[in-house]
Ligand binder design. Structure first.
Ligand SMILES: NC(=O)c1ccc[n+]([C@@H]2O[C@H](COP(=O)([O-])OP(=O)(O)OC[C@H]3O[C@@H](n4cnc5c(N)ncnc54)[C@H](O)[C@@H]3O)[C@@H](O)[C@H]2O)c1
Length: 313
C-alpha cells in the first residue's frame, strides 16, 4: 500500500517507517520537522499542504502519528494543540475521504483516560483501565485534543464509511519521567512495564497490524500496552502493597532487582489492560515485564530503549 505516515521524523515514526517499508509498503513521510524518513516537510494543520501530499503520492492508507504531545504542553498554547491535533486530523480525514483512502490509523494516547483525580491517586484502589472506561475526563489540552480527534475519526466512519482504527498507546518514550523522581530511569521504566508502558517497537508493530485489520473492523479503539500480569481482582492489593502482588507472581523479582540496586513499586494506582488489542486486533507484544526479568536473570541488555546510562545505582 502507499501509506502516508505523519510524524515520520518523530520517535515512533523513525521505527515505524522502516518497518512499513520492510513489509513492502511505499511510505510517504509527512512531518513539520525534517528527518530521514520524511519526504514532505510541512504542517498537518495546513490544508493545502495536506491536499498536495495526497495528490502527489496517490495515497491508499494513512497512519496519523504526528502532532503535539504531552511534553509539548510546556512549549505550545492551547490554540496550537487545537490547530495541530484537531484541525490537522480533520484535514487528513477530509483529504482521505476526498481521495478514496480506505483506512486511517490514528495514534491517540492512554493519557486522555486519566482524570485529575486519577492523576492525584485519589482512589482507594488501583484504577483498571480498558477501552470501556467512562467517563473520559482528560486533564490537559493534550488529552482534550486527542479525544476530539478520536471523535472526528469515529464521525468519519459513521458518516462516510472511512475505516478508522484509534490506537491509545501507553508510554513508549525513552525520556525520564516528569513526575516520579525517586527511582532511576531504567528502574522506573522496568516497573512501568507491569502496568503502563510498551516498547516503541511493539507500538510500531501494532500500527502495522491495525493497518491490516482496519477494513475488517470498520471503527474501533484499542489500548496498546505491554500485557499486564495483574488481574482486576488485584486492584485493592496493588494500591495497598504492590510489591507483595509482584512477589507472588514473580518470586525472584526482588532478588533480581536488588542485584541492580532497583526497587519494585510500593503502590500502583492504575493499570492499562491491553487484552482487546491482543484478542481482537491480534497484536503480539514482544516485550513484557517477564522479559525484563529474564534479561536481569541472564545479565543481558535491557529489552527497552532508554535515553540515559543504565548505570544509575
Ligand atoms: N511517546 C509516547 O510515550 C506516547 C504515548 C502515547 C501516545 N503517543 C502519541 O504517539 C505519537 C508519536 O509520539 P512520539 O513519541 O513519536 O512523538 P514525537 O514528538 O517524537 O513525534 C511526533 C512528530 O510529530 C511531528 N509534528 C508535530 N507537529 C506537527 C505538525 N503540525 N504537522 C506535522 N507533523 C508534526 C513532530 O515534528 C514529531 O516528529 C504522537 O501522536 C503521540 O501523541 C506517544
Amino acid at each position: 500500500m502507499r501509506v502516508l505516515l505523519t510524524g515520520s521524523s518523530g520517535w515512533l515514526g523513525r521505527f515505524l517507517a522502516p518497518m512499513l517499508a520492510e513489509q513492502g509498503h511505499d511510505v510517504t513521510g509527512f512531518d513539520i520537522a525534517p528527518g530521514e524518513y520524511t519526504g514532505i516537510v510541512g504542517s498537518v494543520s495546513d490544508r493545502s499542504m495536506v491536499d498536495r501530499a495526497f495528490s502527489n503520492a496517490d495515497i491508499d492508507a494513512v497512519i496519523h502519528a504526528g502532532g503535539l504531545h504531552k511534553p509539548d504542553i510546556v512549549r505550545f498554547r492551547a490554540r496550537g494543540f487545537v490547530d495541530v491535533n484537531v484541525q490537522g486530523t480533520l484535514n487528513l480525514l477530509e483529504a482521505s475521504r476526498a481521495t478514496g483512502v480506505d483506512r486511517f490509523i490514528f495514534t491517540s494516547t492512554t493519557s486522555l483516560m486519566i482524570s485529575q483525580a486519577m492523576r492525584d491517586e485519589a482512589f482507594g484502589e488501583a484504577v483498571w483501565l480498558d477501552e470501556a472506561h467512562a467517563p473520559l475526563e482528560p486533564r490537559n489540552i493534550y488529552g482534550v485534543t486527542k479525544l476530539a480527534a478520536e471523535q472526528l475519526c469515529r464521525l468519519h466512519f459513521l458518516e462516510h464509511g472511512l475505516n478508522c482504527i484509534v490506537l491509545r498507546p501507553s508510554r513508549f518514550f525513552p525520556e525520564e519521567d516528569d513526575t516520579l523522581r525517586n527511582l532511576c530511569g531504567d528502574n522506573q521504566k522496568a516497573n512501568e512495564f507491569l502496568h503502563r508502558r510498551l516498547t516503541v517497537e511493539d507500538a510500531a508493530r501494532a500500527h502495522i497490524r491495525a493497518l491490516e485489520m482496519a477494513p475488517a473492523l470498520g471503527f474501533d479503539t484499542f489500548i496498546l500496552s505491554a500485557p499486564t500480569p495483574f488481574m482486576r481482582e488485584d486492584t485493592n492489593d496493588l494500591k495497598r502493597d504492590a510489591k507483595a502482588v509482584i512477589e507472588r507472581l514473580f518470586p525472584d523479582a526482588v532478588r533480581l532487582f536488588a542485584r541492580r540496586g532497583w526497587q519494585l513499586p510500593e503502590s500502583i494506582s492504575r493499570v492499562y489492560d491491553s487484552s482487546r488489542s491482543q484478542s481482537v486486533l491480534g497484536v503480539r507484544y514482544d516485550t513484557s515485564f517477564s522479559n525484563i526479568l529474564t534479561a536481569l536473570r541472564e545479565s543481558e541488555d535491557l529489552p527497552f530503549a532508554t535515553d540515559r546510562s543504565p548505570d544509575c545505582e
